[in-house]
Design a protein around this ligand. Sequence first.
Ligand SMILES: Cc1cc2nc3c(=O)[nH]c(=O)nc-3n(C[C@H](O)[C@H](O)[C@H](O)COP(=O)(O)OP(=O)(O)OC[C@H]3O[C@@H](n4cnc5c(N)ncnc54)[C@H](O)[C@@H]3O)c2cc1C
Length: 460
Amino acid sequence: MSDHQCMNSITGTFITPDDEGFDAARQAWNLAVDQRPAAVAYANDAADVAAAVRMAAERGLRVAVQGPGHGAAVLGDLADTLLLKTMRMTGLELDPAARRARVEAGVLWADVAVAAGEHGLAGLHGSSPDVSVVGYSLGGGLGWLGRRHGLACNSVVAAEVVTADGEPRRVGPDEEPDLFWALRGGGGAFAAVTALEFELVSLTEVYAGWLVWEADAGREVVHAYREWARRAPREVTTALRFLHLPPFPDVPEPLRDRPVVTVDGAFLGDEADGAELLRPLREVAAPLVMDTFATIPAPGLVRLHGDPEQPVPGIGDGLQLRELTPEAADAFVEVGGPGSGSPLLGLELRQLGGALAEAPDGAGALAALPDEFTLFGVGIAMGDGMAEAIDGHLERVKQAMAPWRGGIYLNFAEHVGRDVADAFDDGTYARLREIKARYDRGDLFRSNHPVEPALRLAAT
Ligand SMILES: Cc1cc2nc3c(=O)[nH]c(=O)nc-3n(C[C@H](O)[C@H](O)[C@H](O)COP(=O)(O)OP(=O)(O)OC[C@H]3O[C@@H](n4cnc5c(N)ncnc54)[C@H](O)[C@@H]3O)c2cc1C
């Protein structure tokens, strides 16, 4: 491999476009993204991260820190950027008595779910088993325990980082508190995170599963769900989806190549109470195609949603819905349900509210999500014209839902150029910009949630 002399202090691998293996190295989990960085470095540890950051700064390159790369679509042109991959940093430590975990930057949620589950504990993971804890938590972290326990970023108690000057630092409520605040929901623009420490919750079992109807029942199901969701207790967190899965063998037979409408989710309580809670949905007049709700071991939640675990060419985008009024529900059915002509694999509503809407004491930059639902649509860009068809339909969805549009949830905003400022109130965004200027005045870190350094500080 060429150019290794500049990386003497890096024990990991450094790959330039002239090296064999560059094409494999530059790939992200999202295969729809054609990343063309100046070079790729694989870090083995925090010292490698520091060496790579210093090397990039010396050479006038920017740094994009990347775990598996589910969020790669938003990074933009990487021609001037060192892509710093963390997937070899897989250290995971648990302190069951303190109900805390420490994970290095490459640790995936599936690994935490299994390890924590052995002690009757769980982290606030989302629907994908193979997103990194760090990438997910930096953007907020919205998962099945959310309405009861809040956003994952606010369960973070400390971080180990390398800042743009190449210095390793530990941040927490009493050490670099501003940087600690920014990292919790403000994204990856402030530093390279080498490890995170976060709180776990006690959980051994959950009542979880899917209810599935033919897509033709969409209007009835969406309206019933709308009514049901606003009365639901915070112990339950669910999602409603219009789904059209491909005819692949790993897709359960009743769902293969068949348009359906589904409600999946988790209830933190016993089976009898869970069954009673779901009764209004089970009583929707249309017959159920599938009903898998049952008491399951808590680690099973990380795979509940059926998110793909192998890289896929996904094109998606999302927006927040202030309120799912009857008119909004109709508009949602119009763009996702039967007759919509949707080329999407899935169009979904994730239920917010409960603890997700309440800022906990000492919250980070993303304190809460005030809207009623997160909406997210995704398609798989395989075959001629699919990418354009998906993009076009996502635009149609956004226009149709515009009257009810709330804020932006950055983990589900996947379009380059999306203004991060819109995801925060003015005061929060101004504070993020000041912290960016203090720790990364030269904008070394290229993030999927870019924050512009404040000019006032940047000029001093
Ligand atoms: C199938 C799928 C399911 C999802 N489900 C959920 C969900 O249920 N809830 C939810 O909230 N989100 C969800 N997301 C969104 C996901 O959390 C974001 O896309 C997240 O950014 C991706 O995580 P990743 O670990 O793959 O990050 P990457 O794409 O590897 O990184 C994303 C960004 O995070 C930053 N970053 C990553 N690692 C570091 C680091 N070590 N130091 C500094 N910055 C870093 C960088 O800015 C990077 O661009 C889902 C995404 C997909 C594709």
